[in-house]
Design a protein around this ligand. Structure first.
Ligand code: HEM
Length: 415
């Protein structure tokens, strides 16, 4: 996956911090108060290999390179296997428990499953430290990537008083300040169109966290022939879903962070962090059973059923990443920035943009400080040339840009 550097390319895509975002136009808001999937979202929309420029008999050099990637994305060799070190416990303190009706779950199966196994707080509200520790233990996610993603969630969708964030809908308001919408209702800020199994918010009445079995089947269809999913197949799944979003969703919009980075990164997260690793297959493999378990889906291709909130880590899972060595691991900012001047460009613009955000809303100072600290950790040692300021006002007024649905008062907690 493109990791931290790739994420940071996108920060300016989200126009501002929470209060500023909420003040943006809410044209076209529609809301859903159930975990449900609209007919429009489940509607079949076929996209062929040819439409995305893929001919299996004559792949381009880039497609050949893509097919050569293992489940670690080739950022690390992923050729060694150490059972004791890579084992992920699903018993004792990490036994699966269904969420209570008041626990928060949302659009991210990785986070839902980590909470259901007690790697993250089971109530769904996370601190920065809990996120870093829990995702490191459950998936071998590096400190810098988990820290950055959590800091972004706190700053944009979380509670700036308690420095926590919700993996689902809004958490209870803790202080005078709004505690944030949670990632379930963070459309265009964190959550974006073109997801693997979730609908585009607009075509599902604002609900971008409920799972569409049609979309899930599309994702698995790429690997149905040999019951194996991999980076290459999921790259095609992403390309096809982009076609679908453009064709089905008049409010499709691809801001830099949510849709251009988080959505495609999620495709890679499936392969990089949901695959199992064994002595025979240290490079990893992912089959239908494992894919269904993480996404809380039952049935067999193409007839699936979604069971909201029951996402889990399969038993006998071994991560693909050296979990004892987070900060030098697969998602190391140093690797990502080699020769990547564009990343430097965006990083410096983020730094320059933060004071403006603080001026716009003094309440977000704490969030901005937190982000800056995480950037400091993630980018320690990276040297970038001076660049001029990015002008976010140049974005044309696409209708989808200002579509930002709010949760209804009685939104279910865990779907
Ligand atoms: C702090 C860490 C994380 C944050 C803040 C986060 C946040 C999100 C968000 C906002 C989405 C919705 C994106 C969209 O609209 O498609 C998402 C989706 C997703 N995330 Fe995460 N995530 C995190 C960690 C992980 C991990 C560790 C995994 C894998 C083990 C993972 C796997 C996924 C997958 C597969 C999706 C796509 C779900 C779908 O489309 O059905 N995430 N995540």
């Amino acid at each position: 996956m493109k990791t931290l550097g790739a994420f940071l390319l996108a920060l300016h895509g989200a126009a501002a911090f929470p209060a500023v975002m909420e003040a943006m136009s809410n044209n076209g808001k529609r809301q859903s108060n159930t975990c449900s999937v609209s007919a429009k979202c489940n509607q079949k929309y076929s996209v062929t290999d040819a439409q995305i420029g893929y001919n299996p008999k004559a792949p381009t050099p880039a497609q050949v390179a893509s097919a050569g990637r293992n489940h670690c994305g080739n950022l690390t060799p992923c050729t060694l296997f150490d059972a004791a070190e890579q084992y992920v416990s699903t018993s004792g303190a990490h036994a699966f428990q269904s969420p209570k009706s008041t626990d928060l779950r949302g659009p991210c199966p990785g986070l839902n499953a980590a909470a259901n196994h007690g790697y993250l707080a089971r109530n769904g509200v996370q601190s920065l430290t809990q996120t870093i520790t829990g995702l490191g233990q459950a998936y071998g996610m590096s400190v810098d990537l988990a820290g950055f993603l959590a800091a972004y969630a706190i700053a944009f969708d979380g509670d700036l008083v308690s420095m926590t964030w919700s993996i689902g809908g809004p958490q209870a308001k803790l202080g005078a300040v709004d505690s944030g919408q949670g990632i379930s209702w963070s459309h265009n800020k964190y959550e974006g169109d073109t997801s693997i199994s979730r609908c585009d918010a607009y075509i599902n009445n604002g609900d971008a966290h409920s799972l569409s079995t049609t979309r899930f089947a599309y994702a698995y269809s790429e690997g149905a022939k040999d019951d194996r999913l991999d980076m290459d197949k999921f790259a095609r799944a992403f390309a096809k879903n982009t076609y679908r979003s453009i064709g089905q969703n008049p409010y499709y919009f691809a801001p830099l962070f949510s849709t251009t980075l988080v959505s495609p990164a999620a495709y890679n997260f499936v392969i990089a962090m949901m695959s199992n690793h064994t002595a025979d297959q240290p490079g990893g493999y992912l089959n239908e059973d494992m894919f269904k378990t993480f996404f809380s889906v039952t049935g067999h291709y193409p007839n699936y059923k979604w069971n909201p909130g029951q996402d889990r880590i399969p038993n006998n899972t071994y991560t693909g990443i050296d979990i004892s060595n987070f900060s030098n691991g697969i998602y190391n900012a140093q690797n990502l920035f080699q020769g990547d001047n564009l990343a430097c460009f965006m990083y410096q613009n983020i730094q320059q943009g933060l004071p403006d955000i603080i001026t716009a809303n003094p309440l977000v100072t704490a969030g901005a400080t937190l982000l800056q600290k995480q950037f400091g950790i993630a980018f320690a040692g990276v040297t970038c040339p001076a660049v001029s300021k990015f002008n976010n006002n140049n974005l044309p007024p696409y209708p989808g840009r200002s579509y930002s649905p709010n949760p209804p008062a009685n939104a279910p907690q865990n779907c």
